[in-house]
Design a protein. Structure first.
Length: 530
């Protein structure tokens, strides 16, 4: 412990160390981490594994920050101008750091910081160039005369250099936002971020607000939504002109298609796929069936110790369940088969051949069908045209004004009036005891599983009684919520707790995930702020 105390004292006063001592301490850090890893990984102690993971993650964060600062120092000190003999001596640890650096007397061997960084660390050039560019985003920029200028994204830079938040998220956001910044001339002074969203807010400030979201999946989705909105704002062409189905070639014996849909069509498409993947529906069960890979009339593949007769009478199935992608494909094929059979039936009636029509009816009845459901969420201001935003579908697709008018023109409008906090105020004249209107109301309010970060769609969610039915709780909208199967089990197992806060269900996570025990809701499917 005395050694650790002395080390803490040394780290608290780094300014008193010389350059050689600082470099020696830096070289010691990887050795220290390697020694810790070697000792602790041999321990059968799960708690030590979790604590080691936390410390290692913090070390990884500092490593990312230090990498970018090193790239900045290489550029700021003009390391690309070092003479080749000086570099050779430095690599051989035969360089006297107390003496002035030896610069090349002729044209430097490297054009700039990215080239020397790539050569010194044996990095890919594009990775080295990205680190140097990251230093411009997060540390500082340089003008044509080599003078220091503020970082391009000053707010994100402050978060990047703050201990705690993951610096990789700040870097990723800055890299993506840089594409929306105006290009400066070669001899112009560098400027800070100026790109704005439709509401006039700096994109950097909007991204910083998104990064304060505590749940990682929600952060990622909201940041992607912000970038997507910025791209649409800066786009010049109408993307709807590119909607369609494109054949993209063949790979591994499979034909590849690309489908581009408008948001309204995409929501119907998503509803179809989600329902067809639901094991509780006939279509979902059918889409999970895998065709046997043996000839008709023969027995399925089975182990040697099982006879043919036993295999034929058993329920054991050696085939694996279809993947999610395969189930979605089978759902689409089912829909095409139904449409084809309906067309054949119609043609049979036109040509007055009832016998042919009777042949198709039994086969058609065996094919399960799903009915896509499209729900559009919009505010009263959007409905009356007084808002700058537009409707958003249940699966999170933002509608343009023309698409919103199309949806309203052909919709069977069901009144679902939501208050400012999302509580149900009026759901129209419908039945009671969790009928269709109650399920529709709860799913419209929750937009999927309410556990933070869960991405399960509302079609796959179960309705949970916040006041448990087994304990005398009523079936009411304000006491019901959407939970996926896994999180529903977690609630009944006591891992998660669900409360009703003024009619709005909220979740309390376990203490090891949220020591503050603050009730919260899943915001991953919240409406995008346009």
């Amino acid at each position: 412990m005395q050694l650790l105390t002395e080390l803490h004292t040394t780290l608290a006063d780094l300014e008193a160390l010389s350059t050689s001592e600082l470099l020696a301490l830096s070289a010691f850090a990887p050795e220290l981490q390697s020694a810790i890893r070697t000792k602790l990984t041999s321990l059968a102690e799960p708690r030590a594994a979790l604590l080691l993971a936390s410390d290692t993650e913090a070390l990884a964060h500092e490593t990312v920050r230090t990498q970018i600062h090193c790239a900045h120092l290489i550029e700021a000190t003009g390391a690309h101008q070092l003479d080749i003999t000086e570099l050779d001596a430095l690599r051989a640890n035969a360089c006297d750091l107390a003496a002035p650096p030896v610069l090349t007397a002729s044209r430097p061997s490297f054009k700039g910081a990215p080239e020397v960084l790539a050569a010194w660390l044996n990095l890919d050039f594009f990775e080295a160039r990205r680190r140097v560019n990251d230093s411009h985003l997060m540390i500082c920029q340089f003008d044509a005369q080599g003078n220091r200028c503020p970082a391009q994204f000053t707010a994100l830079a402050q978060r990047f250099n703050t201990v705690g938040p993951d610096p990789r998220e700040s870097l990723s956001a800055a890299r993506r936002l840089e594409k929306f910044e105006p290009t400066t001339g070669e001899f112009d002074s560098p400027v800070t971020a100026s790109a704005q969203n439709a509401a006039g807010q700096l994109l950097e400030d909007a991204a910083l607000e998104v990064l304060t979201e505590p749940e990682p999946k929600t952060r990622t989705k909201k940041l992607n939504r912000l970038i997507k909105s910025a791209k649409e704002q800066h786009a010049l062409a109408d993307p709807q002109a590119e909607a369609g189905v494109y054949r993209k070639g063949e790979r591994d014996g499979l034909i590849i298609y690309e489908v581009r849909l408008t948001p309204l069509d995409a929501d119907g498409f998503e509803s179809l796929l989600t329902q067809a993947n639901n094991p509780r529906t006939a279509a979902g069960a059918a889409s999970r069936q895998v065709a046997a890979e043996h000839s008709p009339g023969s027995t399925a593949e089975h182990p040697d110790f099982v006879t043919e007769a036993e295999a034929a009478s058993a329920t054991w199935n050696p085939l694996t369940e279809a993947s999610v992608a395969r189930r979605r494909l089978q759902a689409l094929l089912m829909l095409l088969k139904v449409n084809g059979k309906k067309l054949n039936q119609l043609l049979s009636k036109i040509h007055e051949t009832p016998a042919a029509a009777q042949l198709t009816e039994p086969e058609e009845a065996e094919i399960p069908v799903v009915q896509p459901t499209i729900m559009v969420h919009l505010s009263l201001a959007e409905l009356t045209g007084l808002a700058t935003t537009y409707g958003v579908t249940e699966h999170g697709f933002t509608l343009r004004p023309a698409q919103l008018r199309q949806a309203l023109a052909r919709a069977k409008i069901i009144p679902l009036v939501l208050g400012g906090r999302g509580e149900i105020l009026d759901i129209g004249r419908q039945q009671r005891n969790f009928p269709a209107y109650m399920r529709r109301a709860i799913k419209a309010r929750d937009r999927g599983c309410i556990v933070p970060g869960c991405t399960v769609a509302p079609e796959h969610c179960e309705l949970h009684h916040i006041w448990w039915w087994s304990l005398g709780g009523p079936t009411a909208v304000h006491l019901g919520c959407c939970l996926c199967t896994a999180h529903h089990h977690d609630v009944h197992a006591g891992i998660l707790k669900v409360i009703s806060n003024g009619g709005l269900p909220q979740v309390i996570l376990p203490k090891f995930m949220d020591p503050t025990q603050r009730p919260r809701r899943n915001t991953i499917s919240d409406r995008p702020e346009v």
